[in-house]
Design a protein around this ligand. Sequence first.
Ligand code: ZN
Length: 108
Amino acid sequence: MYLYTTCKTCSARNRIKSNATTRPDLERDKGVTFVFNCKDCAINQSTHVNDVRAEMSSFPMVLAIVLGLVLTVLLYIVGWIAMATIAIPFYMWRQQQNDVHFFNSYRL
Ligand SMILES: [Zn+2]
């Protein structure tokens, strides 16, 4: 999951660097309103925590698919053929979907 906000001047998406998984965590990390620098127009502007949105990132999914493939090969070598190829990416996808839904559904 990654967090972003939209620039009020040029409407560019700007990623917010934070490990917060909920809006209250983001408020504790950055404050109710915080200043960010737009990567496109380089203008500093303040934004409210409620203007930050969450979206699923693809890196954990790719990592989960690779891990699932490796585990499947290992399980095949050991003699256990399991659904690790599908189960791990599905679990990661479901977890990210829950995190994004929870972040976006809660406002301060
Ligand atoms: Zn901008």
